[in-house]
Design a protein around this ligand. Structure first.
Ligand code: FPP
Length: 237
């Protein structure tokens, strides 16, 4: 969700007001995804590398997260949205973790849409954590190296049940992956928009989805078949 800082700076405002406007965009996009029938939305809200930011910005972002989780819980429940999170969540300040766990517990039965917040998240860190877990199983004799395959790794990611994304939207014109879902985006379609995140609207979302609908997804195969377009087909790799 890039561009909050630039949005604020362009208006002579402190960066936190860009993040606050970004939180409004989150509300719009969650609602827009629900309306479009998108089953899973993952938002990169705070990267593992973001811990390097000035302590004041981190503190204000964490306060904003608590506020968002408190303020949105009723709306999530009313819209039957399940909230979950990925990342090194144990590194979050206790009030954020507490609020997050409460919101996840109170929405876990919902299935209309899954909203996943990536917090203290890094794709490389996720793979390190999965590798440590798998190595421990080998050490305990519960797994042999020969049986480790793609499935084994996928099963040890933070949320193994989360489907691989079909579309990754990058805002503010940035053309890099920034350590986001590195394993899961192998066959993901990329969409880059110059729109700064706080300016992102339901219309921007519809434009991204419309662009996605014109993509030809081959998953390593030579032709596009109706049967495989839109979903990963490992047999075709
Ligand atoms: C990157 O923009 C954005 C972030 C590090 C924080 C994103 C947070 C929000 C959108 C609000 C809180 C989240 C939720 C889920 C309510 P940047 O600060 O790097 O912007 P810049 O590249 O223009 O400096």
């Amino acid at each position: 969700m890039d561009g909050n800082g630039r949005w604020a700076t362009a208006r002579g405002l402190p960066r936190i007001l860009g993040h606050r406007a970004g939180a409004e965009a989150v509300r719009r996009v969650v609602e827009g995804c629900c309306e479009l029938g998108i089953p899973a939305l993952t938002l990169y809200a705070f990267s593992w590398e973001n811990w390097r930011r000035p302590s004041q910005e981190i503190r204000e972002l964490m306060e904003l997260l608590v506020e968002f989780l408190q303020g949105e819980l009723d709306r999530l429940r009313a819209n039957e949205i399940r909230l979950q999170a990925i990342g090194r969540l144990e590194e979050l300040p206790p009030p954020v973790l507490h609020q997050l766990q409460a919101a996840m517990a109170q929405t876990e039965a919902f299935h209309r849409m899954t909203l996943t917040l990536a917090l203290s998240y890094g794709g490389r860190q996720e793979l390190v954590d999965a590798t440590r877990h798998i190595a421990r199983l080998v050490q305990q004799g519960r797994l042999t190296p020969e049986v480790i395959d793609e499935q084994t790794i996928a099963q040890h990611l933070y949320r193994p049940d989360l489907p691989d994304p079909d579309l990754l939207i990058r805002t503010s014109g940035e053309q890099r992956l920034s350590n986001f879902l590195l394993w899961q985006i192998s066959y993901c379609e990329l969409y880059v928009t110059p729109t700064l995140w706080p300016d992102f609207t339901k219309q921007t979302l519809v434009e991204a989805v419309a662009a996605y609908q014109h993509r030809q997804r081959r998953f390593g195969n030579t032709t596009v078949s109706e049967a495989t377009n839109g979903q990963s087909d490992p047999a075709a790799e």
